[in-house]
Write a protein that binds this ligand. Structure first.
Ligand SMILES: CC(C)(COP(=O)(O)OP(=O)(O)OC[C@H]1O[C@@H](n2cnc3c(N)ncnc32)[C@H](O)[C@@H]1OP(=O)(O)O)[C@@H](O)C(=O)NCCC(=O)NCCS
Length: 151
């Protein structure tokens, strides 16, 4: 997914893969991460997505569960795109969350994913963000660009 969304260096993607795998395993062990996988009928996965039950602060009303289902890692193999597979995965996620009486699902949409989510009723929310160019991530990216330049 990240390879298609942004131009990360292969080394960054490899590092991320290891870190993400370890994180997913920890989340799955506590029941806070669910994978939704579609196969081609012969067991070969062609699309998947995940729901992470993300911790959230206590708040009044029906959203005060202490966690919110967060949709992430949506990916459909190129040869199976445009067939409604990702839409079906998200529909299953919605049904899963509705059956457990969660008050909402949240996600960050890529430009590819946005139409899929909008069609299913997702709307822009109130999240705002502030980029901090001097932050650790930016410094690390600058250092790795400099290393790449020297190599
Ligand atoms: C985003 C992504 C997961 C969508 O996967 P997909 O399986 O092709 O998605 P869908 O088939 O459900 O929907 C895509 C299109 O197929 C069309 N479609 C065809 N048959 C359909 C059906 N039966 N039901 C719903 N949509 C259908 C939809 O109209 C939709 O068209 P639109 O996007 O132009 O409105 C895929 O493009 C992808 O992996 N992109 C790269 C990674 C990425 O961006 N991930 C999302 C991060 S938020």
């Amino acid at each position: 997914m990240w390879r298609e969304l942004r131009r990360f260096r292969p080394a960054d993607l490899d590092r991320h893969d290891i870190a993400y795998r370890a994180w997913v395993r920890r989340q799955m062990a506590t029941g806070k991460f669910l994978a939704f996988v579609v196969d081609d009928g012969s067991g070969r996965p062609v699309a998947s997505g995940a729901l992470w039950l993300m911790p959230s602060q206590p708040r009044p009303g029906p959203l005060g569960r202490g966690e919110v289902p967060y949709v992430l890692s949506m990916f459909t193999d190129r040869r199976h795109r445009g067939l409604g597979v990702a839409s079906r995965i998200v529909q299953e996620m919605i049904a899963w969350a509705r059956a457990r009486r969660y008050g909402r699902l949240v996600l960050h949409a890529s430009r590819f994913g946005r139409p899929v989510y909008e069609r299913l009723g997702f709307e822009n929310g109130s999240e705002m963000r502030l980029a901090l160019p001097g932050g650790r991530q930016a410094r690390r990216a600058r250092r790795s660009r400099a290393r790449a330049g020297r190599a």
